[in-house]
Design a protein around this ligand. Structure first.
Ligand code: NDP
Length: 273
């Protein structure tokens, strides 16, 4: 059987790493992509080849894709997953930090799609999986910039799906709920770097409270399994939300409507207004 070739971004930890390892165990040759090379080297094998790059660097992405094509001749799967969460209020997150959020979470995905699509189109075959979030369809106070980046990804993904569906290419959204990775600790570290006046402290405490369930949440393996199921399916889902908290949050948003949902969120965050 001809070996399938996959690119997985954000493969140095969490969901990306679990996905890279699972795809490799299932026979894929995986290019594992991130900035921290020493973390990628931990998973190097005869099925996993690390590529060190920052997804904000378009030239590095072009060179990486050229390398994949010159050594393997094709790209079957792209898992766009590298990302981070810029928490903080809309007023206080500096514009540079907001731009960085979009450069990584949105334009990073777009750069990879633009780089791989010509190769997938040439072979009339391929599958792109874009990692979104429950926050791709809803938001809460303090999650604005991150949610906006994931809403943007959902729109771009729905658009590109329609653009390439007649060219043998599938495009899938996976929307995780809270998953135990390095994501939440890094989000909270980043939040601590944003100066907020005291009037916002109740919201910041509410955010910390929302995220305090993270140690009890599932590990990244369930999301990796969802990616594997999507890329091996002859009829992949358009959007797969999991685990249950991600499904429920989006359902509640549409069922309750904006005002009631916002009230329910304030209750969950223990806000007194
Ligand atoms: P982790 O923090 O564990 O992993 C994030 C990965 O992204 C790391 O490998 C990191 O590698 C990489 N990354 C971040 N910035 C860049 C960059 N500029 N260039 C290249 N790589 C980068 O988080 P998760 O595994 O949880 O997150 C993966 C995806 O899942 C993200 O898109 C996130 O939004 C989404 N998600 C996560 C949820 C969760 O609860 N964990 C919930 C919903 C969605 P390095 O630092 O080495 O570059």
């Amino acid at each position: 059987m001809i070996q399938q070739i996959a690119l997985v971004t954000g493969a140095s930890s969490g969901i990306g790493r679990a996905t890279a390892e699972l795809l490799a165990r299932n026979g894929y040759y995986v290019f594992a992509i991130a900035r921290r090379l020493h973390r990628l080297e931990e998973i190097r094998s005869d099925q996993i080849e690390p590529i060190q790059l920052d997804v904000t660097d378009g030239e590095a992405i072009r060179m990486a894709v050229d390398h994949v094509i010159s050594t393997k001749g094709k790209i079957d799967i792209l898992v766009n997953n590298a990302g981070f969460g810029q928490l903080g209020t809309i007023e206080c997150v500096p514009m540079e930090a907001a731009h960085r959020q979009f450069e990584v979470n949105v334009f990073g995905y777009a750069r990879f799609m633009q780089a791989v699509l010509p190769h997938m189109r040439a072979r009339k075959s391929g599958c792109i999986v874009n990692m979104t979030s429950a926050m791709g369809k809803m938001t809460t106070p303090g999650f604005g910039w991150y949610s906006a980046s994931k809403h943007a990804i959902e729109a771009l993904t729905d658009a590109v799906r329609g653009e390439v569906m007649n060219q043998g290419i599938d495009v899938v959204l996976i929307a995780p709920g809270l998953i135990r990775t390095e994501f939440v600790p890094r989000q909270l570290e980043l939040l601590d770097t944003i100066a907020h006046p005291t009037v916002y402290h109740e919201i910041l405490n509410g955010l910390r409270h929302l995220l305090s369930n993270e140690p009890q949440s599932p590990g990244p393996a369930i999301i990796a399994q969802a990616v594997l199921r999507a890329v091996t399916s002859s009829n992949p889902p358009v959007r797969r939300a999991l685990p249950l908290d991600s499904k429920m949050a989006v359902a509640a948003r549409w069922l309750f409507g904006a005002r009631l949902f916002a009230w329910a969120v304030r209750q969950r965050m223990k806000l007194k207004f």
